[in-house]
Ligand binder design. Structure first.
Ligand code: ATP
Ligand code: MG
Length: 554
């Protein structure tokens, strides 16, 4: 990995430092707890870098735990994709991956313990009745008529729930806490519900499933987690987290700390919305390079190091904010500027015929792979009588600002000769089809002796040797900075978020490998798409050379 600077401190690391100094803990154990109901996105990357980064830096451990209490929405494909993404980001979890469902027996036992202590009861109220008694933010709730059922009766009902004798929605197990609490989550929250669903790990063993708030804290305690890090929306739920741990017989007391979620401009970071994009076919699957998923931005050409660097730069705080996409782009641009070999590719070709160049001659010119990293070596590029150049690099007439090819003027062909445009052919629509030129044979790697200056430098490929290629040019997926705030977020999808171009690349690129990254001179950083083959080359533009979105320069 390119970057090895230490991760910066943050308020969570300060808490850990204090806990280690005071002897509260002698080592640190964290966990990353995804629900396997979708692919991981950049928000998860923030949480992964935080949890695994802490484990690395404090010589502690970080578990990967699938939070799998919602069998309806989860599946094994998501489990596998999540494991692949965490590994690809460069992290290793301690031991085997865990599942909350590993603890279903233990969780059932703790629920029984709460019932025996008179701290949980089976409620047969209908969902509407439960809602009516819950109260509001300004008014306390009221006790359920089932609240004072004896532990013996509750145990029998809970046993029947487990045995499948009650229908879904007909009853639930609730913790008996405080219907007048200022925290809604403490008003006798449901901790178990009936659900006749097949589970990807436990099969058909269970027809009751524990709720997240009951499961998470106990799973943390069972695994000996010291610092349980989650996002701010769980701030209130910390009361319930602590209440459960205090009221069951378990040794370990993990502590929960909350940090702010990552929000990225011009995209959405919520699995629910990302699923909708996939299901409604607004994108071509979870790994569409426009998606803010780990799989998507991997396919787009981002590296694990660039994502880790991004997470370092954004830091960890309790402040909600919206991060500019250009922050993420700067991370990969900085890395590829140093690491990516240079190549030439013409995205929107127009033909050049060099009238004074021999008919069948092909010259193989050595071209540096990097302007400053000599160690990256050179490759051979073909030069011949017919070339492709970029359509936008030619004008019949232009003012001085246009530093490219113009009739009767000279430009330098990158890595090759001076070229002068003499005349053009046009089709019946008046579009230029061929530019007839002459070249100066004395200008390979040197300026003309008479002191002539070229207007600029343009890239090109030999028409006889180049390989056809497809270029996928990506833009922001949404036209609104905060699509999630729109009533219909899918309504503000950017119709030109993908533009496909058909052009040519220099021959050396035919041998490139899946995900290999290059800078195509003047057009951007690209990587080889996973569906690319030597016969059908496909390149994804990772990012442009400069931040054109911010309209800097140009
Ligand atoms: P989503 O809203 O996308 O479904 P989630 O929080 O429900 O996200 P989980 O799979 O439950 O997704 O999350 C696993 C972990 O990743 C949690 O600890 C969660 O807090 C964290 N996480 C999820 N989204 C973000 C985000 N945008 N920024 C930082 N951390 C996040
Ligand atoms: Mg969730």
């Amino acid at each position: 990995m390119a970057e090895t600077a230490p991760r910066p401190s943050n308020f969570i690391r300060q808490i850990i430092d204090k806990d280690l100094a005071s002897g509260l803990h002698s080592s640190v154990a964290t966990r990353f707890p995804p629900e396997p109901n979708g692919y991981l996105h950049m928000g998860h990357a923030k949480s992964i870098c935080l949890n695994f980064g802490i484990a690395q830096d404090y010589q502690g451990t970080c578990n990967l735990r699938f939070d799998d209490t919602n069998p309806d929405k989860e599946n094994i494909d998501y489990v596998n994709a999540i494991k692949q993404d965490v590994k690809w980001l460069g992290f290793e979890w301690a031991g085997k991956e865990r599942y909350s469902s590993d603890y279903f027996d233990a969780l059932y036992g703790y629920a029984v313990e709460l019932i025996e202590k008179g701290l949980a009861y089976v409620d047969f109220s209908s969902p509407d009745e439960v809602r009516a008694l819950r109260g509001t933010l300004t008014e306390p709730g009221q006790n359920s008529p089932y609240r004072d059922t004896t532990p013996e009766e509750n145990l029998a009902h809970f046993e029947k729930m487990k045995a499948g004798e009650y229908k879904e929605g007909s009853c639930s197990l609730r913790a008996k806490i405080d219907m007048a609490s200022a925290f809604m989550c403490m008003r006798d929250p449901v901790i178990y519900r009936v659900k006749f669903a097949h589970h990807h790990q436990t099969g058909d063993k269970w027809c009751i499933y524990p709720m997240y708030d009951f499961t998470h804290c106990i799973s943390d305690a069972i695994e000996g987690i010291t610092h349980s890090l989650c996002t701010l929306e769980f701030q209130d739920n910390r009361r319930l987290y602590d209440w459960v741990i205090e009221n069951i017989s378990i040794e370990c007391t993990p502590r929960q700390y909350e940090f702010s979620r990552l929000n990225l401009e011009y995209t959405v970071l919520s699995k629910r919305r990302l699923i909708q994009l996939v299901e409604d076919k607004h994108v071509n699957g979870w790994d569409d390079p426009r998606m803010p998923t780990i799989a998507g931005i991997r396919r787009r050409g981002y590296t694990p190091a660039s994502i880790q660097e991004f997470c370092k730069r954004i830091g960890v705080t309790k402040m909600d904010n919206m991060v500019e996409m250009s922050m993420l782009e700067a991370c990969i641009r900085d890395e590829l500027n140093t690491d990516a070999p240079r190549r030439m590719a013409v995205l929107d070709p127009i033909k050049v015929v060099i009238e004074n160049y021999p008919e069948d001659k092909v010259e193989w010119i050595d071209a540096a792979n990097h302007p400053s990293e000599e160690g990256m070596g050179t490759r051979k590029i073909a030069f011949s009588k017919t070339l492709w150049i970029e359509r936008e690099d030619f004008r019949e007439q232009a003012n001085k600002k246009f530093k490219r090819l113009v009739l009767d003027k000279e430009v330098r062909l990158r890595n090759a000769y001076f070229l002068k445009a003499n005349s053009v052919d046009k089709d019946q629509n008046g579009e230029v089809t061929t530019i007839y030129c002459t070249y100066d044979p004395d200008t390979l790697g040197k300026d003309p002796a008479d002191g002539r200056k070229a207007k600029g430098v343009i890239h090109w490929v030999s028409a006889t040797e180049a390989k056809p290629a497809q270029f996928m040019l990506y833009d922001r997926l949404f036209t609104e900075a905060n699509p999630a705030a729109q009533e219909d977020f899918a309504g503000c999808i950017n119709a030109s978020s993908l533009v496909v171009k058909h052009g040519f690349v220099e021959p050396a690129l035919a041998q490139s490998e899946n995900l290999e990254r290059f800078q195509f001179e003047r057009t951007g950083y690209f990587c080889v798409d996973e569906e690319s083959t030597p016969d059908k080359l496909i390149f994804n533009r990772t990012v442009e050379l400069r931040d054109t979105w911010a309209k800097i320069g140009d």
